[in-house]
Design a protein around this ligand. Sequence first.
Ligand SMILES: Cc1cc2nc3c(=O)[nH]c(=O)nc-3n(C[C@H](O)[C@H](O)[C@H](O)COP(=O)(O)OP(=O)(O)OC[C@H]3O[C@@H](n4cnc5c(N)ncnc54)[C@H](O)[C@@H]3O)c2cc1C
Length: 277
Amino acid sequence: MKPAAFEYQRAETAAEAAAVLAQLGDEARILAGGQSLMAVLNMRLARPQRLVDISRSSALAKLRVDGAMLHVGAAVTQAMLEWRPGLAQELPLLALAFPHISHFQIRNRGTVAGSIAHADPSAELPLALLALGGEICLRSARGARRVAAQDFFTGMLLTARRADELVEAVRFPLATAGQGHGFEEFAVRHGDFAICAVAAVADARRLRIAVGGVADRPVARDLPLLDGAALDDALNELAWSLDVRDEPQASAALRRQLVRRLGRRAADRALTTRRPA
Ligand SMILES: Cc1cc2nc3c(=O)[nH]c(=O)nc-3n(C[C@H](O)[C@H](O)[C@H](O)COP(=O)(O)OP(=O)(O)OC[C@H]3O[C@@H](n4cnc5c(N)ncnc54)[C@H](O)[C@@H]3O)c2cc1C
């Protein structure tokens, strides 16, 4: 199918994009990499009046360290971040997660912020942002605000972003001394969306486990530093506490088992790769 007719406009700055969103609200859609949006339009699941293309904005393509955070502008592609020199030291969790995100052709066009705004519950970047305790910078004609990742993802493809707001940037906390990271995923074929993905971040005090692909949004839990059977028990409790999707291609029982098994692997990797503080 082809999309319904739409107007097309290019925006060079966040303010320009926000002005259109202020005027048209839901009738305007941001076009970033188009890797998810174009499928939605082709299937006519959305028929926006206007697309606002931010993909060529150099102002929104900034990728820089800002204090203890990596600031990723809205036009930064997934490939730009994936191939950033030193990513494995700055954000080891992202270095582990990127190879699971589809194929390099998709990552060449798809943006980091677009994945966060789209909020697919099986997507790796929302999961990693949640596991790391990152934040989303929103811009509207009314002003700017920041939302913590744990408050941003509100349901299947749903977020706390208002219709007149642009995701201007996403901010990932840089790895700190003493942290370790793990990322594990199960998909039917390599590059497919995850049936279950688990991100783990450990430090001297706690183990954070974040689970994607299982509920209608990524979910994170903080656990004490456990090992052996106590860790298995905690992961089992986590698996049963989630509102697990039950679908023909992956039953709830399979997904719960994946939370237990992948959770254990991710946790073990995070605990054993902790860098000396
Ligand atoms: C074949 C295929 C396989 C894929 N597999 C995976 C996978 O395994 N894992 C995975 O995580 N992703 C996967 N994706 C999705 C891919 O990562 C997308 O690129 C990403 O989800 C969306 O990024 P985008 O820049 O293309 O956004 P777009 O498609 O341009 O936009 C997606 C949605 O977000 C909105 N939006 C985008 N940017 C902003 C912004 N700055 N502010 C406000 N709203 C915004 C758009 O209006 C639209 O509603 C796959 C895509 C394809 C085509």
